[in-house]
Design a protein around this ligand. Structure first.
Ligand SMILES: Cc1cc2nc3c(=O)[nH]c(=O)nc-3n(C[C@H](O)[C@H](O)[C@H](O)COP(=O)(O)OP(=O)(O)OC[C@H]3O[C@@H](n4cnc5c(N)ncnc54)[C@H](O)[C@@H]3O)c2cc1C
Length: 408
């Protein structure tokens, strides 16, 4: 009988794993994707929705089309419980699905409720409800001090992974640069200020000094201020309050909330003490060899990046394929990098590529319209192909260009 592989979550990690399974095992196994959403959300596209007023439809594609393309099965449902010993997944409406292999890729919950005053007074860009809400707010915004930053990341200790205090500051960078353009176009830049805040002592602690200095120089040029070691305690109509007892006048607060792991993972005994899934570097669960995990839900995903989720999805699918196929395929080494493209004014963007956090030596910034073109091409490719990544050689080309530039 065919083995049954269940993937929970059709975001960056889950969709990549599904397409990779199609490529390597085709229909030698039964593959089922479970997700309660009808569409896959390309979150890196959300700042354009929030600050440029793009249609949210540019940031998502129908999940059923991606699954149909591979000839697999989609169950549009919420997973509420997993019994890893019985190899069963329980669904909200009462269904029970059994598996031989399970790939967990449910991302994380954005814990807006963890910030006092968020619902009434603060904004975010992290999902397809918050991003259009911020765009509506910006229509009536008449200027004033703007604060943008993230809540801290609480990681576990079961596997060795880099320790960061911010889950990912790329979105903060994207939003601050794009906001500047928005304020300038609206003619309210002079009576506004933008301040980025970080829960860490260093903003962009996940990159090396070179990239950090490059980003710092652009912020300085654009008049964007920075405060570090700041964790939001509360927000009201006039002020933003930090846990160190300080507060600032604030006309608009934009916050990336705490990344909270899903309770069904820890309730199943599948998480570390912080709620994230501990895996080896082939994305296999440390305690259950038939369970794999990818993306933001894993302890190994640091910082929380789609780029890392994709690398992990590919590795997990290949590791499973190797157990099902007679002819073995190569499983790539888990060698992540921070890759983020922050859009700026006049079709410019700042692309950062850094593997310093993982012991590498590449730490480069591209700051021009080429970076803008790369972001646009990636978004188009990802949506048009329903979740496929540009061919491997595109990143190899980028890395060899950055290495050459570094030497020159
Ligand atoms: C504004 C913003 C900008 C970003 N920019 C970048 C960038 O430039 N570069 C980059 O690399 N990363 C970026 N990221 C991070 C990136 O979006 C995430 O790291 C990535 O989405 C994680 O992928 P994932 O598959 O783990 O989870 P997700 O993409 O969150 O997908 C999880 C899926 O699981 C489903 N799910 C959850 N719970 C259940 C359940 N109980 N039952 C069934 N289904 C469930 C959800 O519906 C969802 O479809 C950005 C993030 C944000 C918010």
């Amino acid at each position: 009988m065919k083995k049954r592989i269940i993937i929970v979550g059709g975001g960056f990690g889950g969709i990549t794993a599904m397409h990779a399974l199609k490529k390597h095992i085709g229909h030698k196994a039964e593959v089922v994707l479970i997700d309660y959403r009808t569409d896959t959300l390309n979150k890196p596209r959300l700042p354009e929705v929030a600050i440029k007023g793009e249609s949210v439809e540019h940031a998502r594609f129908l999940m059923k089309n991606a699954v149909k393309q591979d000839g697999y099965v989609l169950i549009q449902e919420t997973v509420i419980k997993i019994d890893p010993k019985a190899k069963k997944v329980y669904l909200k409406e009462g269904g029970i699905e059994t598996y031989d292999y399970l790939i967990l890729s449910p991302g994380v919950k954005k814990f807006y409720d963890g910030i006092e005053g968020f619902k009434e007074y603060a904004y975010s860009v992290c999902d397809d409800i918050q991003a259009p809400r911020l765009w509506r707010k910006l229509q009536e915004f008449e200027g004033g001090p703007i604060y943008i930053g993230s809540m801290p990341y609480k990681s576990g200790t079961r596997i060795p992974a880099p320790k960061l205090l911010a889950p990912c500051e790329g979105p903060v960078g994207e939003v601050m640069f794009m906001l500047r353009e928005f304020l300038s176009k609206k003619g309210i830049l002079d009576n506004s200020s933008i301040t980025a805040f970080s829960p860490a002592k260093i903003f962009f602690e996940d990159v090396g000094d070179k990239v950090r200095n490059d980003v710092g120089a652009i912020m300085k040029k654009e008049g964007i201020a920075l405060i570090t070691d700041k964790v939001v305690a509360k927000i009201d109509a006039q002020k933003i309050y930090f846990q160190d007892g300080t507060s600032e006048d604030c006309a608009l607060a934009i916050v990336l909330p705490e990344y909270k792991p899903h309770a069904f993972i820890s309730e199943a005994g599948l998480s570390d003490e912080a709620g994230f899934i501990p895996t080896d570097r082939q994305m296999r669960h440390l305690d259950y060899p038939e369970i794999f995990a990818t993306g933001d839900a894993t302890a190994l995903s640091v910082p929380k990046l789609g780029h890392i989720a994709v690398i992990q999805g590919d590795i997990a699918a290949k590791a499973i394929a190797n157990e099902l196929l007679e002819k073995k395929i190569e499983i790539p080494e888990f060698k992540p990098a921070v890759l983020c493209i922050m859009e700026r004014e006049n079709m410019q963007a700042t692309m950062i590529y850094s593997d310093v956090l993982y012991g590498g030596k590449l730490d480069e910034t591209i700051d021009n319209s080429l970076a803008y073109g790369m972001k646009w091409s990636f978004d188009f490719y990802y949506n048009f192909t329903r979740g496929h990544m540009p061919p491997d050689f595109a990143e190899k080309l980028l890395v060899s260009y950055l290495n050459k530039r570094k030497k020159d």
